[in-house]
Ligand binder design. Structure first.
Ligand SMILES: [Fe+2]
Ligand SMILES: [Fe+2]
Length: 190
């Protein structure tokens, strides 16, 4: 009795087996598309991070950007591995969101003075927006991979997710321990 109730509830929730299979295929295509998007996002960051490091003044912040560049290289490789596991061609599809976030970071560099802690504050803010975008992307994609039964791929995405969270925390620490206070003492000469 109880088993029957469970079954009909599940059917009501997830549809028939056939519909389930169809939606799995659609979901798989969607998932692959999103992987291409996040792969492009990482590629964009590989180009942006050296510029962010160059624009930064605080040695801690420069080191954080340098570290994240190394981590990002590994993340891109992890995505290549994911494509391989899924037997899909490694492809990047332009991530407009990341392009927008990077553009915002560039305008922060344009609008602030070189060698100021205020610029560092702006760079941290821009970088944290990127990390949060990545956290949302990898969190959702890892869940989708589990739903699709692609546990090895999910594991790879979860590894990257943890790295993005660590980076976000490291940036918060740099802001809270140094850069924000230094910036608060800076006079506006503009
Ligand atoms: Fe990343
Ligand atoms: Fe990141």
């Amino acid at each position: 009795m109880k088993g029957n109730v469970m079954t009909s509830t599940q059917e009501a929730k997830h549809g028939s087996a056939k519909a389930h299979q169809l939606s799995d295929n659609m979901l798989r295509s969607f998932f692959i598309d999103e992987l291409k998007d996040v792969y492009d996002a990482e590629k964009q960051m590989l180009k942006a991070l050296p510029k962010m490091k160059k624009a930064a003044t605080s040695p801690e912040l420069q080191a954080a950007f340098e570290d994240h560049l190394t981590v990002t290289e590994k993340q891109a490789q992890r995505l290549e591995k994911a494509f391989e596991l899924l037997e899909e061609k490694v492809t990047a599809k332009k991530c407009e969101a990341m392009a927008g976030l990077i553009e915002e970071g560039e305008s922060i560099i344009d609008d602030t003075e070189k060698g100021t802690a205020t610029r560092d504050v702006g760079l941290i803010l821009a970088a944290q927006k990127v990390e949060h975008y990545e956290i949302a992307s990898y969190g959702g994609l890892a869940q989708l991979a589990r739903t699709l039964g692609e546990d090895e791929v999910a594991g790879l995405l979860e590894e990257t997710l943890e790295e993005e969270k660590d980076t976000d925390e490291a940036l918060t620490e740099i802001a809270e321990n140094d850069v924000n206070y230094d910036a608060a003492d800076e006079e506006d000469e503009g």
